[in-house]
Design a protein. Structure first.
Length: 548
C-alpha cells in the first residue's frame, strides 16, 4: 500500500515536470512571433507617409525612408533645418541639385531635404522631377509668407483690409435682407388682395390665418439664404487670404468652391443630351395621348364606332391607357435623368417603391374592382340599382368607388371592392324592354272567393295610372296559409326610380276596392273572425283632415 502511494506520487511529479517544460517551450516559441509582429508594426509605421509643412503650407509628401529615418522623422528634421536657416538670415534662395538617389533641394547653399525616388507616387502619375518642382514652388511661397509674417506693416494693412471686407459684407447683408423684407411685404399684400377679390371670407381666412401669403414668399426666402451663404463663403475666403498663416486655408476654400462649380457646370453640360432626349420623350408621349383622347371622346360621343370599346367604357379605357403610356415613358426616360445612377436616387426609388407596395394594396384592389365593374358593364351611370341594402340611381362609376343617389336624395359612395363582392340588382337594364316588374301582397281569408279577390286586385291595378298596361297585371296565389290565402299582384312600372310612388298609389287603390266590395284584408294575421268585418265605408274615406 505504501509502495503504491510512492509510485503514484512519483508519476505525479513526472507529469508536472513535463507540463512545465511544455509551457516553457510554448513561450519560447511565441517570442519570435511576437518580435516579428512588433517589427512588422514598426516597419509599417516607418513606411507611413508624412506631410512636410512650413508656416501652415504644404510643401510635399514624404513617402520613403532615408538613411534609416522614417518619413515622419525626415519631415521633422527638415522643418528644424529650414527654421534654423531662416533665423540665421540671408537671401533664402532655393536651388536644386541632382543626386543618384533623387534630387536635393538647397536653401542658401545648404541642403534642407531630398526628394527620393520613393517619394513619387506612380499611381498619381508623379515622378521625382514633378514632385521636386512642386516642392520648390511651395517652399518659396512659404518662405515669402514667413517673411511677410514678420513684417508688422504688412500685417497692419492685412487687418485693415479684413475690417473693410467685414464692413462691406455687413453692408451687403443689410441691403440683401432689407430688399427681401420689402419684396416679401409686397408679395404678401398682393396675395391678400387677390384672395379678397376671388371670394369672400374663406379666402381671407386662408390668406391671413392659414398663411398662404407667407407660403408665397418661401422661394424668395430660400434665394436670400442661398445668396447669404455664398457671400459668407466669399467673405471668409477673402479675409483668410489677407494673412500669411491662414492664406493656405483661403486657397483651399477657393479651390473647393471652384471645383464644386466646375463639377456642377460639367454635370450640367453632360446632362444636356439626356435632358433633350427626356423632353423628346415627353412631347411624343403628350402628342400620342392627345390623339388617343380625341379618339375616345369620339367613341363616347357616338361619332366613332368600334367593336372593342363603347361609350360606357371609353372614358375608363382612355384613363387606363394614359396611365400605361406615361408609365412606359417614365421608364424610357429614367436612365437619361440627371443623377439617376447615383446611390441617393436609387435609395429614393427603393423607398418610394416600398411605400407604394405597402400602402397601395387597398387602392390597387379598389382600382381592379372598378375596372372589372366597368368592363363587365355591370353598372352604368343613370341606372337604378340595388347593392346590398342601398337602392338608388348610379351617378358615377370610378376606379375606386361608385356613387349612388338614393330616393331620399342621399349621395352614397360605395367602394368598388364591396360592390364586386356583393349581389347587385340592376332594375334599369331590362326596363328598356317594357319596364320593371314589381309586386305587392295581400292575405285574404278562405271565406272570400279567390276569383273575387283576383278581380278586385286587377281592378285596383287598372285604376293606377302610373303602371304599364302591356304586359298586363297578373295575380298569383303564392301561399295557402293556416288562416288565409296569400295573393301576389305583379305589375309593371316604366321607370324603376318611380316604383315606390307607383306601389304607394297601387296600395291605396287596393284598399279602396276592397272596402267598396266589403272584403276584409287579413294581413298580417288574425286569431278569430271578428263580429263585424273591419271595413271603412265609402262615406268615411275623406274624414278630416283628408281632403276630397
Amino acid at each position: 500500500m505504501i509502495r503504491s502511494n510512492v509510485v503514484r506520487a512519483g508519476a505525479i511529479r513526472k507529469t508536472g515536470i513535463v507540463s512545465l517544460v511544455a509551457v516553457v517551450l510554448a513561450v519560447l516559441a511565441l517570442v519570435p512571433a511576437i518580435s516579428l509582429a512588433e517589427s512588422g508594426e514598426e516597419d509599417q509605421q516607418l513606411l507611413e507617409p508624412a506631410e512636410l509643412t512650413l508656416a501652415n503650407r504644404h510643401i510635399f509628401t514624404m513617402r520613403s525612408a532615408g538613411l534609416a529615418a522614417s518619413p515622419a522623422v525626415r519631415a521633422l528634421t527638415v522643418q528644424e533645418n529650414i527654421e534654423s536657416i531662416v533665423r540665421r538670415g540671408g537671401p533664402l534662395e532655393v536651388t536644386t541639385r541632382a543626386l543618384p538617389e533623387g534630387i536635393a533641394v538647397m536653401l542658401d547653399g545648404s541642403l534642407v531635404f531630398r526628394v527620393l525616388q520613393g517619394d513619387a507616387d506612380p499611381e498619381l502619375g508623379d515622378n521625382v522631377q514633378l514632385v521636386t518642382d512642386a516642392a520648390v514652388h511651395n517652399l518659396r511661397t512659404a518662405l515669402a509668407e514667413m517673411h511677410e509674417l514678420r513684417d508688422s506693416g504688412r500685417l497692419a494693412r492685412a487687418v485693415g483690409y479684413a475690417l473693410l471686407a467685414t464692413l462691406a459684407f455687413a453692408g451687403l447683408m443689410w441691403a440683401l435682407w432689407r430688399g427681401y423684407a420689402t419684396l416679401a411685404r409686397r408679395i404678401r399684400g398682393f396675395v391678400t388682395r387677390r384672395a379678397e377679390q376671388l371670394s369672400s371670407g374663406w379666402s381671407r381666412h386662408v390668406a391671413g390665418r392659414v398663411g398662404v401669403n407667407n407660403l408665397a414668399t418661401v422661394p424668395l426666402r430660400m434665394l436670400a439664404w442661398l445668396v447669404t451663404l455664398l457671400l459668407l463663403y466669399e467673405w471668409l475666403t477673402l479675409v483668410l487670404g489677407f494673412f500669411p498663416y491662414t492664406r493656405p486655408w483661403s486657397e483651399r476654400l477657393l479651390g473647393r468652391l471652384l471645383n464644386a462649380l466646375g463639377r456642377f457646370g460639367s454635370g450640367m453640360l453632360e446632362a444636356i443630351p439626356g435632358l433633350v432626349f427626356v423632353m423628346l420623350i415627353f412631347f411624343v408621349t403628350r402628342f400620342v395621348i392627345r390623339v388617343m383622347r380625341v379618339f375616345f371622346e369620339g367613341v363616347q360621343a357616338g361619332r366613332v364606332e368600334v367593336g372593342w370599346v363603347d361609350d360606357a367604357t371609353a372614358r375608363p379605357t382612355e384613363r387606363l391607357l394614359t396611365a400605361i403610356i406615361w408609365l412606359f415613358a417614365l421608364v424610357a426616360a429614367y436612365p437619361y435623368l440627371p443623377g439617376s445612377g447615383s446611390e441617393a436616387f436609387k435609395g429614393i426609388g427603393v423607398f418610394v417603391g416600398l411605400m407604394l407596395s405597402i400602402g397601395a394594396s387597398g387602392i390597387v384592389n379598389q382600382a381592379v374592382s372598378g375596372l372589372m365593374l366597368m368592363y363587365t358593364r355591370a353598372l352604368r351611370p343613370g341606372e337604378f340599382v340595388q347593392i346590398g341594402e342601398t337602392e338608388g340611381t348610379v351617378t358615377a362609376v370610378g376606379f375606386l368607388n361608385t356613387q349612388i343617389e338614393t330616393l331620399r336624395h342621399e349621395l352614397i359612395n360605395i367602394p368598388n371592392a364591396v360592390i364586386a363582392s356583393s349581389v347587385t340588382r340592376n332594375y334599369s337594364r331590362l326596363a328598356r324592354d317594357g319596364g320593371v316588374r314589381v309586386a305587392t301582397k295581400v292575405t285574404i281569408g278562405y271565406d272570400t272567393p279567390w276569383r273575387q279577390v283576383q278581380a278586385m286586385l286587377l281592378m285596383a291595378a287598372d285604376r293606377t295610372a302610373s303602371l304599364v298596361k302591356d304586359p298586363a297585371p297578373k295575380v298569383l296565389q303564392t301561399a295557402l296559409q293556416d288562416f288565409y290565402v296569400e295573393y301576389t299582384l305583379l305589375v309593371t312600372v316604366p321607370d324603376p326610380s318611380q316604383k315606390y310612388a307607383a306601389l304607394s298609389e297601387l296600395n291605396a287603390h287596393i284598399q279602396d276596392v276592397f272596402n267598396e266590395h266589403g272584403v276584409q284584408i287579413m294581413s298580417p294575421n288574425y286569431e278569430a273572425d271578428p263580429a263585424a268585418p273591419k271595413l271603412v265605408p265609402k262615406e268615411k274615406w275623406f274624414e278630416p283632415p283628408a281632403a276630397r
